[in-house]
Design a protein around this ligand. Structure first.
Ligand SMILES: Cc1cc2nc3c(=O)[nH]c(=O)nc-3n(C[C@H](O)[C@H](O)[C@H](O)COP(=O)(O)O)c2cc1C
Length: 148
């Protein structure tokens, strides 16, 4: 059993559905999950797995709710953190999933360890992005039931 922080960046709510469905699936596998819709570094445990789920807005920008968290990360040593990334975006933008890609770079720069292949969901192809996210998670659970 793992303790997991799901960290959400969302403007319009689609990524919140993704987080809810990932949580439900993880709980079926007896993992304990906390969703952060207003993420703050002081609310995170560094010894838990972080699953960072974020859309992209503006022209490749982070959603407003996760920007302060990203700023906090810039000053933090994350060498104890293990994480995975789920991005939501739209391939009609040149800046497809740029927000989640920025978060990935930032986490790695601060020495957090990426433990699974990032998932970038094109909402044009997946009108229900939570289905693509759960499929990704199920595959991960098959490969590594303990996820890390
Ligand atoms: C104003 C606006 C700007 C967007 N800019 C981007 C972008 O630069 N890159 C991208 O991949 N997707 C972009 N998107 C698509 C969103 O990331 C996508 O619709 C996503 O599902 C929204 O998730 P959310 O409801 O959790 O915010 C944009 C959407 C809107 C409405």
């Amino acid at each position: 059993m793992l303790n997991i922080e799901i960290i959400v960046g969302s403007m319009l709510g689609a990524t919140e559905y993704v987080a809810d469905e990932l949580k439900a699936k993880l709980e079926q596998h007896n993992h304990q999950v906390h969703i952060h819709l207003n993420p703050k570094l002081e609310d995170m445990s560094f010894d838990k797995l972080w699953i960072v789920c974020s859309s992209t807005h503006g022209a490749g920008d982070l959603p407003d709710n996760i920007e302060p968290f990203a700023e906090q990360l810039k000053n933090t040593n994350l060498s104890d953190v293990k994480f995975a990334i789920v991005g939501l975006g739209d391939t009609s933008y040149d800046t497809f999933c740029e927000g989640s890609k920025q978060l990935l770079s930032l986490l790695q720069k601060q020495n957090a360890k990426l433990v699974h292949t990032p998932l970038y969901i094109d909402v044009l192809e997946h009108p229900l992005p939570e289905e693509a996210a759960v499929e990704w998670l199920e595959q991960w659970l098959v490969e590594k039931p303990e996820l890390i």
